[in-house]
Design a protein around this ligand. Structure first.
Ligand code: SAM
Length: 250
């Protein structure tokens, strides 16, 4: 049988498609794309003329079965999304699951991902982090979600659109301390790339005050919770117990 290639594509700058991605896209039989018109522009740019088939959120269960049949028939298929790495807040999970269940080789062709790009430039700890995808749409659900993140000691990140970035930061400010460190990465790899890191209240104010700061696509990176330094001399044992108590209270 053929193989399934999961190919990362640019998140704004066309030059970010890897050499290997171009090679793979040129040699597969079929490219499954989230939006075929969008994919066509990228393929044209690189002189890739392979057939395109749509695989998006609303048809992926059905389309995936058809693609698997083609792969089992000997064809190789590349999966691409509109931007970045497929399956990262993008379609493709049912296809990859089906392929793995059928013992089809699933080959990742790594490349751009807004989350990883933002983390790499944010300057917040990256040894442990979590990705929360898109936040709930209503303010009350968002606030509830932020509450669950208050005691998270690792860095965490979420994706946000231009419509909600201002509200999301305002809601966050009702739950998190104003001095909590965050980084907003906007339009990564594009002309108006802006990466702003500061206290939550400062960043929220900047986004509120500057209309340009609300345009485009966003990744928000949030520092993990750090227990405040306790004044005076305390022993390691006291510190350990304090940490346990703080955890219990949160
Ligand atoms: N699969 C993509 C990836 O690997 O990053 C993510 C796709 S998701 C549908 C789109 C969201 O990713 C946007 O709303 C934004 O939050 C984030 N995003 C994508 N491109 C971005 C960019 N150039 N700058 C900042 N955020 C971006």
């Amino acid at each position: 049988s053929g193989k399934l290639y999961v190919v990362a594509t640019p998140i704004g700058n066309l030059a970010d498609l890897s050499f290997r991605a171009v090679e793979v896209l040129k040699c597969v039989d079929l490219i499954a794309a989230e939006d075929t018109r969008h994919a066509k522009l990228l393929m044209q740019h690189y002189g890739i003329g392979k057939p395109l088939q749509s695989l998006h959120q609303h048809n992926e269960e059905h389309a995936s079965a058809g693609l698997i049949a083609k792969i089992q028939d000997g064809q190789s298929v590349a999966l691409v999304s509109d931007a970045g790495t497929p399956l990262i807040s993008d379609p493709g999970l049912p296809l990859v699951q089906l392929a793995r269940r059928q013992s089809i080789d699933v080959v990742p062709i790594p490349g751009p991902c807004a989350l990883i790009a933002a983390l790499s430039a944010a300057g917040l700890p990256t040894s442990r982090f979590s990705f929360e995808g898109f936040l709930p749409r209503t303010a009350s659900a968002r606030k509830g979600f932020f509450e669950t993140k208050l005691s998270d000691t690792s860095t965490w990140a979420f994706y946000e659109s231009s419509h909600r970035i201002e509200d999301a930061l305002a809601d966050m400010l009702t739950v998190f301390p104003p001095e909590h460190p965050i980084v907003v990465a906007r339009e990564i790899t594009k002309l108006h790339e802006t990466i702003v890191g500061d206290r939550l209240d400062k960043v929220a104010e900047r986004v509120r005050a500057d209309e340009n700061m609300r345009k485009g696509e966003f990744v928000v990176i949030v520092a993990g919770y750090q227990a405040p330094e306790v004044a005076g001399e305390i022993s390691d044992e006291e510190r350990r117990i304090l940490a346990l108590l703080l955890k219990e209270c949160s």
